[in-house]
Design a protein around this ligand. Structure first.
Ligand code: ADP
Ligand code: MG
Length: 323
């Protein structure tokens, strides 16, 4: 049902950045700690994501393009305690339905690798090949068979900046994974993957900002919050520089952002925002990620408590800074 895939693609695959996000999340779910993303012409010409994750055998590589063939939910109740980033089994079939896609994957060093080629959702070939352990997905000519959607894409620069934003957010959520982003052969971003959030902040915002970063930690029975904040006086940030990560997943949460801003109260200079990254760990049962196909929004069962915890911790931090 290629039509169903193309319809799903309408929700999951809006632009090159959404393809990059889905592919990189798959790499993370596969346990990769080295992920390289190379795009050409803003990703419109090609997107290449390669990882050193656990890879797939031939059978799984073929099955990955069947709709809802996720390997990540074994039992129904897993749906309510999702830890992996993907779980719908929609991304690969959707992307494959609107592009020319080549997947090369191997489960073990020195073992036979598999190469699957797809075009507009149809399988072109399945061959043996060689590669080191991990997976590489190459997506060429995105939207070649859906001209209306192709036309909707913006300039190369706009698409590149969406891809860079997307990689930046994922890197903030995963300081222990090394990322490299290349556009038209030029390196745009590199995160070392040494587990230090400060190094990701450095890579994203530069030395000046990193030097001023303050640690944030807070904990109660339900939540553990770790992160960094950079005071608004020294940044040119806007609201979107406040990023929140729940159980390794970047999410958008207006209440959480507001609790950071409320902590400043009258201290916040007009029109200025802090840079903040908060990584929150909680029992997955307290999070419902199954709200939006792009999985950016979540429902939290103890949102008020979490907001209060963050606000109080920040307030205390700022008080210490002011004194
Ligand atoms: P989901 O991530 O929701 O499970 P996807 O369509 O994104 O669905 O991927 C389908 C399946 O293909 C995954 O469940 C996984 O088993 C496999 N897969 C995709 N990308 C990779 C990868 N980089 N490494 C290993 N397995 C992968
Ligand atoms: Mg996925």
């Amino acid at each position: 049902d290629n039509l169903a895939n193309q319809i799903a693609a309408g929700e999951v695959v809006e632009r090159p950045a959404s393809v990059v996000k889905e592919l990189v999340e798959n790499s993370l779910d596969a346990g990769a700690d080295r992920i390289q993303v190379a795009i050409e012409e803003g990703g419109i010409r090609s997107i290449n994501v390669s990882d050193n994750g656990h890879g797939m055998d031939r059978e799984d590589a073929v099955r990955a393009f069947e709709r809802h063939a996720t390997s990540k939910i074994r039992r129904e109740r897993d749906l309510f305690s999702i830890r992996s980033l993907g779980f719908r089994g929609e991304a690969l079939p959707s992307i494959a339905s609107v592009s020319r896609l080549t997947l090369t994957t191997s489960t073990e060093e020195g073992e036979a690798a598999t190469c699957v080629r797809m075009e507009g959702g149809k399988s072109l070939s399945i061959e043996d090949t060689v590669r080191s352990q991990g997976t590489e997905v190459r997506v060429e000519e995105l939207f070649f068979n859906t001209p209306a959607r192709l036309k909707y894409l913006k300039t190369v620069n706009t698409e590149v900046s969406h891809v860079a934003d997307s990689i930046g957010r994922i890197a903030l959520a995963h300081p222990d994974v090394s990322f490299l982003l290349i556009h038209n052969g030029r390196e745009l971003f590199r995160a070392p993957g040494d587990g230090k959030l400060l190094h990701v902040i450095h890579a994203l915002y530069g030395k000046q900002v990193a030097r001023q970063a303050l640690n944030v930690t807070a904990e109660d029975m339900d939540f553990s919050v770790k992160g960094m904040i950079i005071r608004p006086e020294i940044t040119r940030a806007n609201r979107s520089y406040i990023s929140t990560v729940i159980n390794g997943r970047f999410i958008r949460s207006i209440p959480l952002v507001q609790s950071v801003l409320r902590a400043y109260d009258t201290l916040l200079p007009i029109g200025r925002y802090p840079i903040a990254t908060l990584s929150i760990e909680m029992d997955p049962k307290l999070v419902d990620v199954n709200v939006h196909p792009a999985k950016l929004e979540v429902r939290l069962s103890k949102e008020k408590e979490l907001c209060r915890l963050i606000e109080e911790e920040m307030k205390q931090l700022f008080r210490q800074q002011v004194l």
